[in-house]
Design a protein around this ligand. Structure first.
Ligand code: HEM
Length: 238
């Protein structure tokens, strides 16, 4: 097997251009990569939107939404475990009070669960299809950070989904929205809430996403090795 080596820049790691090697990822993987990226963006924008006021609807179901908001204007820090007097307590709404699937939190949860399914499919496609050689930078440390970033992106996205599902169940909204999990939250009230973990992992994931985008742009525009082309559709072999 002949292996030519090309370097985008002096010092850059060689790229295998042998006939057996592929230039791009499998189209299914390309589609999944961009779809998951869009879904993560969408699901996060939804919860940011939530911060403006619908948060209460998401957290408690859409029952008595108005009275809740009047009793707890968004400027107040609402303790999700303490319902205002005369109102049902969080996680203890009657089973008939259904959380709206089309509330922002409902859609956030739906997209999040979809991301989990797509992530599993993506890993299967990744393991079963040919992919281009590692696109090195010529710097061992950067390459090591690159590998770690890719692993971290998978791990933290998976962590987001799992903590999100547990958090939603803790609040009882998983059961009220989709009829899965339990109402009230099976993890009990006054216990350990996963809210801070879901938010904390997001901060780390956001940092990795920014690093990932920065690295892709560095490859594309500084090393000029057309890295983005590898994650796009087109002929895979020379
Ligand atoms: C990659 C997938 C996901 C991402 C990127 C994501 C991101 C976020 C972010 C950034 C927040 C706001 C955190 C904060 O304010 O500190 C949040 C809140 C939340 N997420 Fe997720 N999430 C994901 C998946 C899920 C899943 C699968 C579920 C449940 C099935 C879920 C349920 C929730 C709930 C209940 C909240 C609180 C919403 C509220 O307070 O109204 N998330 N999510």
């Amino acid at each position: 097997m002949t292996t030519q080596s090309i370097s985008a820049k002096p010092g850059a790691m060689p790229v295998n251009t042998s006939p057996a090697a592929v230039k791009r990822y499998h189209p299914a993987l390309v589609a999944l990569h961009w779809l998951i990226a869009l879904l993560i963006l969408g699901t996060v924008l939804l919860v940011q939107e939530n911060e403006g006021g619908e948060r209460f609807e998401g957290a408690r179901g859409n029952f008595q939404q108005q009275s809740l908001q009047q009793a707890n204007p968004p400027s107040q820090d609402l303790d999700l475990d303490e319902a205002p007097q005369g109102l049902p307590q969080a996680g203890f709404a009657p089973q008939s009070e259904i959380q709206n699937v089309f509330s922002t939190t409902g859609i956030h949860m739906l997209i999040g669960i979809t991301i989990l399914v797509l992530l599993v499919i993506r890993l299967i496609v990744r393991w079963t299809t040919k992919h281009p050689d590692w696109a090195g930078t010529g710097n061992k440390f950067f390459d090591w950070i690159g590998g770690l970033t890719h692993f971290g992106l998978y791990l933290l996205t998976f962590g987001m989904v799992i903590t999100g599902i547990i958090l939603a169940d803790q609040r009882g909204i998983l059961a009220r929205t989709f009829g899965i999990g339990s109402t009230p939250g099976s993890f009990g009230r006054g216990g350990f809430s996963l809210g801070f973990l879901h938010g904390g992992i997001w901060t780390l994931l956001l940092l990795l996403i920014l690093l990932h985008i920065g690295a892709a742009l560095y490859h594309q525009f500084v090393l000029k090795d057309n890295l983005l082309g590898r994650m796009w559709f087109g002929k895979r072999t020379e």
